[in-house]
Write a protein that binds this ligand. Structure first.
Ligand SMILES: [Zn+2]
Length: 457
């Protein structure tokens, strides 16, 4: 038998909850055709990463490629994803100038993805502030992986607050599609009142971002969405819980149950596993995101929730604002959102390793579980025979994260993790059997990435 495999990747393979030391992943075309331990089989090409970890390419379930630059942002964000070992990006729908609210816009965005993306992309859909519920079936038919709605208004068109009567109707319609609906969970009235009071008192220092968005502003929204979800029979998902209590609330609703089709889940963004209020004081606008960083005492509670499997998955909420916009001394004038794609894999590995936890948890929470929720598993999110051959190669060592190495546009080369010591770096990224990052250079070209429709209902 001559050259039965196109490529074989050698290293310590993180698969199915264990690590296969001295393992291999063999690809035929774009898919994994064999896996195992010991001497690798014959192949057209052998990529030897002995001593390094081979994980499933990460599936980032939450990012915003197009909230600042419009769809032109897809190209740079996915280039940075390739350099960060993220092989599937689940992109939010709140795009400039118009969000993804019907099949026509979904098709157009899909076209941009297929012309400009460096890695594969799944897409969320959303609804217009009024009258948008009718478009939910066509968005589901067009292959969105999930829906996203908000209890908080950033912009009446691009990122509107959906009022409770409209949200109830939307949940019933989403429930009939079988897809999950992720919710941005902040109570508008609490945040607006506290922000107005802080501004009137001249309190515009960074910490006031946290003080004007207290935990109760988040958990009140959590309660409201799950209460509507159980009535409607929809899978309601907290798009980002900065609080362990969010996962406790989801678990309580899950246990109590609801109408057929109801489920209650929540995700943690990686910043809520490591950043605290002291970090926004240190970073200023570069530490501003919504929900905000919380008190230091919240970090161990978040890890407890993760280890108890109450966290659906871990994402980045990558939302790359130009660094200039983040330098305003008035924290309320700075836009909210962090650059996070390229630091995701090294940081997650480091946070686990610092706690003596296995990288198996990274495969589970940053690839498998996000792929499952988005209906992409096992095509994405797994190293197993038949899956797309998407691999993150991690090299362990003593590194420092340098924002200057971010491979997005110059104004987006900043990171709240600049200067942080990392215990791993991304040595290579493989997308559907092909090397797209070799540890120094992105080899993928615009258009290498594809739109990945939801595979399951
Ligand atoms: Zn977000």
């Amino acid at each position: 038998m001559s050259q039965p495999f196109d490529r074989v990747f050698v290293g310590d393979v993180v698969a199915e909850g264990t690590i296969l030391r001295h393992g291999f992943v063999a690809a035929r075309g774009e898919r994994i055709a064999a896996m195992g331990q010991g001497a690798p089989p014959a192949a057209g090409e052998v990529l030897d990463h002995t001593g390094k970890l081979l994980l499933p390419g990460l599936v980032d379930g939450h990012m915003h490629t197009s909230s600042v630059l419009g769809w032109a942002g897809i190209e740079g964000a996915t280039r940075s994803a390739a350099a960060g070992g993220v092989t599937t990006c689940c992109d939010m729908p709140y795009d400039v100038p118009l969000p993804v609210t019907d099949a026509g816009k979904l098709d157009a965005k899909r076209g941009w993805v297929e012309r400009t993306a460096h890695v594969d992309v799944a897409l969320y859909g959303t609804i217009t502030k009024t009258g948008g519920v009718d478009a939910i079936p066509e968005l589901a038919a067009g292959g969105v992986s999930a829906f996203k709605l908000s209890t908080y208004e950033y912009d009446p068109v691009r990122f509107p607050r959906i009022d409770p009567p409209t949200m109830r109707a939307a949940f019933r319609a989403v429930g009939r599609t079988g897809l999950p609906v992720a919710i941005h969970n902040e109570d508008q009235e609490i945040v607006e009142r506290l922000t107005a009071e802080a501004r009137a008192a001249g309190r515009t220092e960074p910490i006031w971002h946290c003080r004007t968005r207290p935990p109760v502003a988040e958990t009140m929204a959590d309660l409201a969405i799950f209460e509507m979800g159980r009535e409607a029979g929809a899978h309601v998902h907290i798009a980002h819980s900065s609080l362990a209590r969010g996962f406790d609330i989801a678990a309580a609703f899950r246990r109590a149950g609801g109408r057929d089709g109801f489920d209650a889940t929540g995700e943690a963004c990686i910043q809520y596993l490591c950043m605290t209020e002291e970090d926004i004081v240190r970073l200023g606008g570069r530490g501003k995101c919504n929900p905000p960083f919380r008190a230091a005492a919240e970090i161990p509670r978040m890890w407890e929730a993760l280890l108890a499997e109450r966290v659906a998955y871990v994402s980045t909420d990558h939302a790359p604002w130009p660094i200039e916009a983040k330098r305003d001394r008035d924290i309320f004038a700075c836009p909210a959102g962090l650059v996070g794609l390229q630091s995701f894999a090294p940081l997650m590995f480091t946070l686990l390793d610092e706690r003596g936890l296995s990288p198996v948890l990274m495969a589970r929470f940053c690839a498998e579980r996000s792929a499952r929720l988005h209906g992409l598993f096992p095509k994405k999110g797994a190293l197993r025979v038949g899956s797309d051959c998407d691999i993150l190669v991690l090299e362990r060592g003593d590194f420092v994260f340098d924002e200057a190495r971010i491979v997005d546009r110059p104004e987006l080369r900043w990171s709240p993790y600049h200067g942080r010591r990392m215990r791993a770096r991304v040595a290579a990224t493989v997308l559907r059997g092909a090397l797209v990052w070799d540890g120094a250079t992105v080899l993928a070209t615009p258009g290498t990435g594809r739109f990945v429709p939801r595979q399951t209902r």
